[in-house]
Design a protein around this ligand. Structure first.
Ligand code: FPP
Length: 281
């Protein structure tokens, strides 16, 4: 019997959708039901600063290391044929950070888009940005637009990067978009949930089924407030730069253990009675 350390480092060579895997990954993979994967995974990538601090490194070293976890998560979700992955890269609140850190994050994102374009294209990934892009530095806006244009024809996973994003700001923007569409038309109808969804930055995407937050904080931090209404939340103590493929597979397995009830009753408690009302009425 191999000991744990050896076991972890053992590589399993195969023509597997995930390529070569460690024994730990192969063990987790075996348990995964590929017919019950989340359609949309959203991630709050937290803990870069703490990861760096623990190593007596500047915070920016944590962000740089975090891009490797982003790469692994993006590639794995794309290969698993998850429909959409949303990564929280920069919030409207993050402008409160020191200017040097903000400048570094913007530069890192631009570098990432340039360097990872071949990986995005190879995996047929389509890019979208969620947030108030018009408030970002012009160079970032340009690179974001170009990344969307270059990948627009891809037919695989949609990768959404939340950038200058705030959940409340998004709802306000949706309301204003609805109001301005009505201006001059005098349409007296009430706003519906469907209409709100159609005016959010995530228009056309399924709501996230799984929300992952790294580094242990039990908060949603103004992320996809409308869309996570029924998401399963998975919080791990792992800091974002340490979030590797095995940790992602664990999160997916945990999701598959959850019973999703959408406000109804559990499978084991089914009754023959018809529901009193259709959902949302
Ligand atoms: C939170 O950690 C992380 C961020 C605000 C930035 C995340 C950005 C990246 C990983 C860059 C790459 C992004 C993409 C999409 C490629 P923190 O600084 O709040 O950590 P702390 O809570 O430990 O201080």
């Amino acid at each position: 019997m191999l000991n744990n350390k050896l076991n972890k480092n053992l590589r399993v060579a195969s023509s597997h959708p995930l390529g070569a895997m460690t024994a730990e990954e192969a063990f987790l993979w075996e348990k995964l039901d590929l017919t019950r994967l989340p359609r949309h995974v959203a991630v709050i990538m937290d803990g870069n600063g703490r990861w760096a601090q623990k190593r007596h490194l500047p915070r920016i070293a944590g962000h740089r290391s975090g891009t490797q976890s982003a790469r692994t998560t993006i590639e794995t979700c794309a290969r698993l044929k998850v429909e959409a992955l949303t990564l929280y890269a920069f919030s409207v609140e993050n402008w409160r950070r020191p200017k040097t850190e903000i400048d570094f994050l913007m530069a890192l994102l631009r570098e990432y888009l340039r360097k990872e374009m071949p990986l995005l294209q190879k995996n047929e990934i389509r890019m979208r940005f969620l947030g108030r892009l018009d408030e970002l530095p012009a160079a970032v806006q340009k690179d974001a637009r170009e990344a969307m244009e270059k990948t627009a024809g891809n037919k695989g996973m949609e990768l959404c990067v939340a950038l200058n994003y705030g959940g409340r700001a998004e709802i306000v923007d949706a309301m204003n978009a609805i109001l301005s569409e009505r201006n001059g038309h005098g349409i007296p109808h009430k706003v519906t949930e469907e209409q709100v969804s159609q005016h959010l930055y995530t228009e056309g995407l399924p709501d996230p089924d799984l929300l992952i937050r790294t580094s242990g904080e039990m908060r949603v931090s103004n992320f996809l407030l409308w869309q996570i209404a029924y998401a399963e939340i998975f919080v791990t103590e792992t800091l974002w730069p340490d979030f590797n493929r095995a940790r992602l597979l664990e999160a997916l397995l945990e999701y598959q253990k959850r019973e999703r009830r959408y406000g109804g009753i559990g499978e084991g408690e089914r009754s023959d009675e018809k529901p009193a009302r259709a959902a949302g009425h």
